[in-house]
Structures are given as structure tokens and as C-alpha cells.
Design a protein around this ligand. Structure first.
Ligand SMILES: [Zn+2]
Length: 156
């Protein structure tokens, strides 16, 4: 453990008894390797050195009489609730169908499509090709869902 050398006049982060949080303090006096009196940089109050709340006693100093079994809580990872706003497929489908000027083609596994093609499927209805999936599939946006269909590939 490598603690930076502390000395009078230097700054250290420790617990401020007035601000009630870990803050930068100037060391006013030392007892051995440990600060004894410190002055809070924030509230300017001078008080006895208190170790940072977040950290155990400074290492290497006196056998810590703290509770050896005490578990330091591992910082909990900020878990952001990801509110994914998915565009309803139907809306996206409508948007794309309206925007498209491509002629409607009957879907057939023997046909070759390109992205942007509009197709009519006997089961899924009208859809619009999103992308080609190698080697012979297409991703199609239908009103209800996105489907992957087989087509004739890019040979055309
Ligand atoms: Zn303070």
C-alpha cells in the first residue's frame, strides 16, 4: 500500500465533522505519520483529523482496532433503467410504406429483392424489404412484425 507522504501544510481528503462529508482539508499538525489537526477547505473549521468515511483507517498506521470482519460495501453499479422507446412496428411500417415509391411485388421465394422493395406476402401482407441477409434471405418489415424470408439472392 502506497500512501502519499503527508505533512503539515499539505492537503488531504478526510472527513469534515462540520460538513459531514469527505472533503479536502489542510493539515495543521501531525502526530507521527498521521494528521492530527486539519482545517476544512470548505467550511474553514479546524478539527481533529477523521479518516475518510468511505475508507478504512489509513493503512500502515497502528493495528487498526476497527472491525476486521466489517465488509466494505462494494459500490453498486449504477443501474440505469433503460427505457427503450421502441417504435411500434406498425408505425414504422406505415411510415416506410408511405415513403416508398417502389412498385408492389408479389413475394416469391424464387424472386430476388433488394432493400426498399415493397412486397406482398400471402400470409404477412404487405411489407417492405429492410435489408438483404446473405446469402438468400431478406429482412422484411410487415405491419405486425419483422420477418426474415427466403428469396433468390443477389444473382439478379
Ligand atoms: Zn467542513
Amino acid at each position: 500500500m502506497n500512501t502519499p507522504a503527508l505533512s503539515v501544510g499539505k492537503d488531504t481528503v478526510c472527513y469534515c465533522t462540520r460538513c459531514k462529508m469527505d472533503l479536502g482539508h489542510m493539515i495543521m499538525s501531525m502526530v507521527g505519520p498521521v494528521p492530527a489537526r486539519v482545517m476544512c477547505r470548505t467550511c474553514k473549521s479546524e478539527h481533529n483529523f477523521k479518516p475518510k468515511r468511505g475508507v478504512k483507517e489509513p493503512g500502515g498506521v497502528a493495528p487498526s482496532r476497527g472491525s476486521p470482519g466489517s465488509t466494505t460495501r462494494t459500490a453498486r453499479a449504477p443501474r440505469e433503467v433503460k427505457e427503450e422507446k421502441t417504435v411500434p412496428v406498425e408505425l414504422e411500417w406505415m411510415r416506410q410504406m408511405n415513403a416508398s415509391t417502389a412498385a408492389m411485388k408479389e413475394y416469391g421465394a424464387d424472386q430476388a429483392f433488394i432493400a426498399g422493395d415493397r412486397i406482398k406476402h400471402p400470409v404477412f401482407g404487405e411489407g417492405i424489404i429492410q435489408k438483404l441477409v446473405f446469402p438468400n434471405k431478406v429482412e422484411v418489415l410487415f405491419k405486425m412484425d419483422i420477418k426474415t424470408l427466403i428469396h433468390a439472392g443477389k444473382s439478379a
